[in-house]
Ligand binder design. Sequence first.
Ligand SMILES: NC(=O)c1ccc[n+]([C@@H]2O[C@H](COP(=O)([O-])OP(=O)(O)OC[C@H]3O[C@@H](n4cnc5c(N)ncnc54)[C@H](O)[C@@H]3O)[C@@H](O)[C@H]2O)c1
Length: 357
Amino acid sequence: MSRTPIGVGIVGTGRISDLHAIEYLQSANGRIVALCDRDASLAEGRAAAWGVSDVAITDDLDELLARPDVDLVEILLPHHLHLEAALKAIAAGKIVSLQKPMCVSLDEADRLVAAADGADRPVKIFENFIFYPPVLRARQLIDDGAIGTPLSIRIKSNAGTSQTAWAIPKGATAWRQDRSKSGGGPLVFDDGHHKFALAWHFMGNPSDVHAFIGKTTLHDDTWLDAQSIVSFRFPDNRIGNLEVVYSPELEIATQHYAQDDRVEITGSKGVLWINCGHGRLGNPPPVALYRDGSLTTYDDMPTGWEESFVLSTRHFLNAIANGSPPVLTAAEGRQVLRFALAAEESARTGKTVTFDA
Ligand SMILES: NC(=O)c1ccc[n+]([C@@H]2O[C@H](COP(=O)([O-])OP(=O)(O)OC[C@H]3O[C@@H](n4cnc5c(N)ncnc54)[C@H](O)[C@@H]3O)[C@@H](O)[C@H]2O)c1
């Protein structure tokens, strides 16, 4: 359906674009041909850093979309700009990869799902955590019956401090502080999307969601939505929670965000732990399994967080080639968005949000 390598145009060359570029720079199936950012000098800097100084640079999305050499548009914009950019890209006949969350409300999501359904090109909502190698291993173990039926998922997002973390541009923090642009808080909604995606991936759609969302003001007057706890129930008497804690003096080893993630899944006959994500607290085994009286640890897998981006991108390039559905589809992206928005709503109203299905 498309030429090989697929011509890729990246829209929004901010913080996260470095991790999206990795697979396109090494794959035989995709090739970056154009970059767009309202700050064209930023896009030029990325092109130089990635060793692709010959790509087209523009500050205008329409100009990028008009390019016949762009087959696939990778949209890495602030959340309030996702819908319009994705609709334009679909209308221009492009394959779309749209960073999470797909947009900021379910009304917007419905419009995007309808457009994706009507498109003859694939539309992917980019969610990388479910491609993180320890998560893939845990999923394989569960699918092989290692813990029996999963009954509970407990997810911990632990933000802290890090001497090795990458620099975050002021602009990337600024739009996240404005709910009209971000759609919700930086930890529970924005980063939380990944955690709700994990819960959805391992347990399915929730039936009920309840949240307490706290607020921490930092020394530079920015805020984080911690300490927070979100509880959920799934059909068939299964449960889960997401706990979001900011520990200001907790040193975390990471090359990316100063954060660590831990997951515990309890099944009918065993327990699985995923002990890392963005960062590392010491050297725990990435995956551990307890069953039948003994603990087995698994460390034969890459654990760099960037791997999740590489594998998510590779999966999409393969899906395009094979004609198979992307992960996530727009409809799946809506399910995860609904989960994340339910937490925001519950914290606002003090009530449990209940879904019919
Ligand atoms: N999967 C993950 O783990 C992960 C991590 C970080 C960010 N993200 C997602 O990636 C997206 C971008 O986040 P970020 O941290 O890179 O933000 P960022 O602010 O660093 O980058 C956004 C870029 O968009 C550009 N921009 C803004 N308006 C524009 C316009 N109208 N036209 C062209 N360019 C425009 C900005 O100049 C900026 O360079 C968000 O959807 C975010 O949720 C995902």
